[in-house]
Unconditional design. Structure first.
Length: 277
């Protein structure tokens, strides 16, 4: 039988985490599926009553997404075109029922290499905010995800928000996902591309690929190749070899490494063409 804790304040949540190991519960769509049991055991910290973890809002720094914001809320939020990839990804996380309860923080803390929300957030230079006994700290999402099912969150910390900086809200973005079907499937490859155009040329490009490596990755060398391109020519500058070199792709029961590398390059070209269009 689990020791169930449902704090009313963030201070109470941090206090509970400091008292010993806890399983943090929000939407539970990943957590319950991973247990293989009828219920959770040990100490369970339910954060669903914490209003500070909710909401999606513009700030002086950019955009703040509460850690307990659901994917349905992200999909429906009035976000700028730079966040189109994030909203599109939100509509592919599981099915409609999962999107209604699954949270942004849960997707990130679960740290699956195939987490649909990660590439769009990487393309937005997102950072996660963590709160523990020593106070709050922020980490770039790329530094937070340390490996498959591994993060830099300390045992006595709770994720409170995801922050998107204002400079990353330039341009438009697009998301592409390859799987056996559209919903309720683990991605074989997924990509996010954000492109900002100025004076008829690509001024800024951010490309990220998931489900191909132990953690989702940005592709800085491929991004650099797009700089200065005319929008209609940008996708053509994405070379298969450069994408494969940046990803070091994995092979598994869903696809070979070679197939993933080729698919990632093609999906990136399609996403860039849309975002630059």
């Amino acid at each position: 039988m689990a020791d169930y804790i449902r704090p009313a304040t963030l201070a109470d949540a941090v206090s509970a985490l400091s008292a010993g190991p806890c399983t943090v519960l929000a939407g539970g769509s990943d957590l319950y599926a991973a247990t293989g049991a009828r219920g959770l055991s040990g100490r369970v910290l339910d954060v669903t009553a914490l209003a500070d973890l909710r909401g999606i809002a513009a700030t002086a720094e950019g955009i703040r997404i509460g850690a307990a914001a659901t994917w349905a809320e992200v999909a429906a939020a009035p976000l700028p075109p730079a966040c189109d990839a994030l909203r599109a990804a939100a509509r592919t996380v599981g099915g409609v029922q999962v999107q209604a309860v699954g949270t942004v923080a849960g997707n990130l803390c679960n740290a699956s290499p195939a987490a649909d929300g990660v590439p769009p957030l990487l393309a937005l230079d997102a950072a996660v905010e963590l709160l523990g006994p020593a106070g709050a700290r922020r980490l770039p999402l790329a530094a937070f995800l340390t490996g498959p099912r591994q993060t830099a969150r300390r045992a006595d910390e709770v994720m409170t928000a995801v922050h998107i900086p204002a400079p990353a809200l330039a341009g438009r973005s697009a998301f592409r996902k390859l799987g056996a079907r559209r919903h309720l499937v683990i991605s074989i490859v997924m990509v996010a591309a954000r492109v900002a155009v100025a004076d008829g040329r690509v001024a800024q490009a951010a490309l990220a690929v998931g489900a191909c490596s132990p953690v989702a990755r940005r592709l800085p060398a491929v991004e650099a190749a797009l700089a200065g391109a005319a929008p209609a020519e940008a996708a053509g500058r994405i070379a298969d070899a450069a994408v494969a070199a940046a990803l070091d792709p994995i092979g598994d029961v869903r696809a070979t490494a070679e197939y993933r590398a080729a698919a990632a390059a093609e999906l990136l070209r399609r996403a860039v063409a849309e975002a630059a269009g």
